[in-house]
Design a protein around this ligand. Structure first.
Ligand code: NAD
Length: 257
């Protein structure tokens, strides 16, 4: 726990489910004043929910203005909301391409753009939930992969343009157990609970840590980066992937290790 996060005003996008929900829970535990900007209702009230489509300039402006009216400041912004779609460049329809970039990239841009003016006097922290797909990529995910790479450029631009007042970092998770990942597994194995669980286990075995991550583990890193312990960290893109992105799975002759 980080006592300095108490009473900080924290906005999390996509906080109704998955990783965002775990981040909301974590900041609520820290005693922060937490706002969840999401298009879907949370399953139970935790923090303050504001219905906001992050890809809409009007929604974002109005929602941030409401936070300022109610709480007077924003100290931390977590750009987490994201969606996925499948398809190579040749296959992905233009409207789907635009939709993925509108939510994943433009959403984070708008949220940052309209939050930064409220951070310039007293400083702040802006974090992005990108993906390990910003470093190593899967086939047939062109729009998603592009959006997650672009977030790193956005994060670095903020880090350089607004230092030292504002720190900015990106977390690049591998597979994390969430509704989004279950949906991805379902696309492969159909809507069967056992088969979905089997797929998640199979994916976990690909990781040196031999499992996928849990959402609260991402939230632990998010809280650390927002804390004073991370005061000198900015502009960093942090793989959170159980060692996946450093592993080459080519075997060499066994020795006695
Ligand atoms: N789960 C994983 O394995 C994984 C891995 C790497 C990166 N990520 C990234 O983490 C983030 C969260 O993913 P998740 O797995 O928790 O997903 P999720 O689908 O479980 O939750 C995403 C949340 O974002 C909200 N959302 C979607 N579109 C929105 C919009 N236009 N405006 C506001 N809110 C919107 C959804 O309603 C939902 O509550 C995403 O950016 C995703 O790309 C996830």
């Amino acid at each position: 726990m980080y006592s300095e996060l108490k009473d900080k005003v924290v906005i999390i996008t996509g906080g109704s489910n998955g990783i965002g929900r775990a981040i909301v829970e974590r900041f609520v535990k820290e005693g922060s004043i937490v706002y969840n900007f999401d298009v879907s209702d949370p399953k139970d009230p935790l923090g303050k929910f504001i219905r906001c489509d992050v890809s809409s300039e009007n929604d974002v402006k109005n929602s941030i203005n409401r936070v300022i009216r109610e709480s007077g400041r924003v100290n931390v912004l977590i750009n987490n909301a994201g969606i996925e779609s499948f398809g190579s460049v040749g296959k992905v329809p233009l409207d789907e391409w635009k939709h993925i970039l509108d939510v994943n990239l433009q959403g984070a841009f708008l949220m940052s753009k309209f939050t930064i003016p409220h951070m310039q006097e007293n400083g702040g922290v802006i974090e992005f939930i990108s993906s390990i797909q910003a470093k190593i990529i899967q086939k047939k995910l062109a729009a998603y992969v592009t959006s997650k790479h672009a977030l790193i450029g956005l994060m670095k631009s903020i880090a350089i343009d607004y230092a030292p007042k504002i720190r900015s970092m990106a977390i690049c998770p591998g597979s994390v157990r969430t509704p989004l990942l279950e949906w991805t597994a379902m696309k492969e194995v159909g809507n069967n609970k056992e088969r979905i669980e089997g797929k998640l286990k199979e994916w976990g075995n690909l990781y040196p840590m031999k499992r996928i991550a849990e959402a609260h583990e991402v939230a632990n890193l998010v809280a650390f980066l927002a804390s004073d312990e991370a005061m000198y960290i900015t502009g960093l893109c942090i793989p959170f992937d159980g060692g996946l992105s450093i592993a080459l799975f080519e075997s060499v002759p066994e020795d006695d290790d």
